[in-house]
Write a protein that binds this ligand. Structure first.
Ligand SMILES: Cc1cc2nc3c(=O)[nH]c(=O)nc-3n(C[C@H](O)[C@H](O)[C@H](O)COP(=O)(O)O)c2cc1C
Length: 180
């Protein structure tokens, strides 16, 4: 079998479907074929009872090098949506492959910042020391994105750790294995 036969074999297995808003399961499953990294996005609540906020998110993407911009998108349904969209700044922590506990901590019903060490950066954003890479951002603009809001941030500072990133695909966490 040469390369073109392989492509033919792959395409003959495609089943075309139209998105069903009543039942988004199939669409979510198809979108889950796109492997991503995993991040924890942090910010501070913008009110009198300010508390540090964090959320596990894989909607992170780089946008622009000049100016240095990134995006992520909180779901409107999230209890923390209002706080993240009001925050003047946020930090993206890209998780390394052994940080499954951190991903769970900031997922639904996780412990959040309870018992976790963190610092505040110059903009007052909570930052975690241990991660694969970190981008400290100032909120640049918000955009409507259906049931999510797209938040674009300007990178003020960034730092890199070591090792390999955590991956997420097919609804599961995994590890990166290079071909060579
Ligand atoms: C791997 C992974 C990626 C996620 N990505 C996002 C995301 O990009 N945006 C988002 O709003 N929620 C995302 N979530 C869900 C949130 O972490 C959280 O569980 C959800 O928003 C419920 O939070 P709430 O308590 O604020 O309602 C993700 C969860 C996991 C496990």
């Amino acid at each position: 079998m040469d390369k073109s036969d392989n492509m033919k074999a792959a395409t003959t297995h495609l089943h075309t479907q139209v998105p069903d808003v009543e039942s988004p399961k199939a669409l979510r499953q198809a979108l889950g074929r796109f492997a991503t990294g995993v991040t924890v996005v942090t910010a501070y609540e913008d009110d009198a009872h300010a508390a540090p906020l964090g959320i596990t998110a894989n909607s992170f993407a780089s946008v622009s090098l000049d100016p240095p911009l990134v995006l992520w998108s909180p779901a409107r349904a999230s209890l923390r949506h209002a706080h993240f969209t009001a925050a003047h700044g946020f930090a993206i922590h890209i998780l390394h492959e052994d940080q499954w506990d951190l991903a769970m901590r900031f997922n639904k019903n996780g412990k959040g910042f309870e018992g976790l060490d963190y610092d505040l950066n110059d903009e007052g954003v909570p930052i975690l020391a241990d991660c694969h890479a970190r981008f400290e951002c100032r909120t640049e603009s918000l955009h409507e994105g259906g049931d999510h809001t797209i938040i674009i941030g300007r990178i003020l500072r960034f730092s890199e750790g070591h090792g390999e990133p955590m991956l997420f695909a097919h609804g599961s966490f995994g590890r990166f294995v290079a071909n060579s």
